[in-house]
Design a protein around this ligand. Sequence first.
Ligand SMILES: Cc1cc2nc3c(=O)[nH]c(=O)nc-3n(C[C@H](O)[C@H](O)[C@H](O)COP(=O)(O)OP(=O)(O)OC[C@H]3O[C@@H](n4cnc5c(N)ncnc54)[C@H](O)[C@@H]3O)c2cc1C
Length: 458
Amino acid sequence: MNVSVVLFTSDLRVHDHPPLRAALGPRNETVPLFVRDPAVDRAGFAAPNRLAFLADCLADLDRALRRRGGRLVVRSGDPVAEVCAVVREADADEVHMAAGCSAFALHREQRLRRALEADGRRLYVHDGVVTALPAGAVTPSGSDHFAVFTPYFRRWSDERLRPPLAAPRVVRVPPGIRSEALPHRPDAAAVSAGLAAGGEEEGRMRLAHWLDHHADAYEDGHDDLAADTTSRLSPYFHFGALSAAEAVHRARERGGAGAEAFVRQLCWRDFNHQLLAARPAVAEADYRSRADRWRRGPQAEDDLRAWQEGRTGYPVVDAAMRQLAHEGWMPGRGRLLTASFLTKTLYIDWRAGARHFLDTLVDGDVANNQLNWQWMAGTGTDSRPNRVLNPVIQGKRYDPDGAYVRRWVPELAGLRGPSIHEPWKLTGSERAGCDGYPEPLISLPDGLARFRRARARD
Ligand SMILES: Cc1cc2nc3c(=O)[nH]c(=O)nc-3n(C[C@H](O)[C@H](O)[C@H](O)COP(=O)(O)OP(=O)(O)OC[C@H]3O[C@@H](n4cnc5c(N)ncnc54)[C@H](O)[C@@H]3O)c2cc1C
């Protein structure tokens, strides 16, 4: 009888799970293990919304394993020490896990390999579990990563993804392995009221429903803020409750322009991961510095707070920020225009915005969050680093009759049509109807002029 340990990290599922499938065999036993690492909490990644979603995912994974005769073993502590302890308890000779892309994940993997090898055991690290295509599987000539999306997308699309793996039918766990209780959701007061439920079962149901009912509207409608037609699957991909590779297969099988556009977005996810894997420092450092001297000091801090709380006086920005607070999630168009407003109009460091998103987003992750922030701040891979999204034009284009703003900004709920995006221009009773809504923090020409001056300096 071979005994192994499967260490779950950002891959909380039983379908299309290469480490689990590799560990199992007709005569094998395995310990499915999740380790709660206090270093993740200390680094500020244990935000309440993500802890709540994580608790859902772990409970769901445990249920899925129990249906197959197994269970999830949970430990808290340093993952290397905990894996080694479980390996000894189970007398396992190998450990399987998914390859990660962040500096944190790579360091954990190296430490674990050394510790296991010193003890005469083996670590198997499986690629293409967290992303559809492994980071680094395709590279341009002369570089270790793609810095431009379109050529990456071309190469990525030509690659053959491994076929999705079925969930195992039976999982045999050796008896007597100690487990802590599954983690609870944090206090409801700390979690966004409208947070989605986590877990693989929920994620698979949502993917199937979205592909059947909404994919066709996606290509033309994904930027329509009020229509809300994007998949909302990002948290399930973030926790690995859904496999990105399987989602690509299923979308391609379904076919159509909407499904293809969805696949292209999943390629953006892989693009960011391959970039982070090659340049781990971009989690904090500019990918391409523009020598910015971002605003600091009490006024900038007040402006940052107003942005965080949805009080900038720009309705579409405030609507998106309030949705973020309520749901722990925001649509892609909202993320783009709020990030542009913070970095280009208020000229506040992208790291402050990225931090707030990481504190709040249920899907918040280093690769997608930091690199999308850098894209918008013009310090990343955007070939037009000085582009600015004007929040009035964005509002009129992507929320033409104001339904999105009315949904999230009750002070403006009495207004109709595109004028909702410029409440400061209203007069008379219409103006009186927006009582309590703030004046704009800054005039757009002033913000733009400051940004242009700052970027022209160097
Ligand atoms: C400033 C900023 C911060 C962001 N932070 C995050 C983050 O922390 N975590 C995160 O998963 N995404 C992040 N994104 C990317 C993107 O906005 C979200 O993934 C997407 O809006 C989630 O909604 P959805 O699942 O309905 O996406 P859909 O439009 O349905 O797309 C399908 C999937 O493709 C992936 N995807 C879509 N757009 C992008 C993109 N631009 N970059 C990378 N992957 C993408 C996601 O996994 C998404 O679930 C950020 C974007 C910006 C501009």
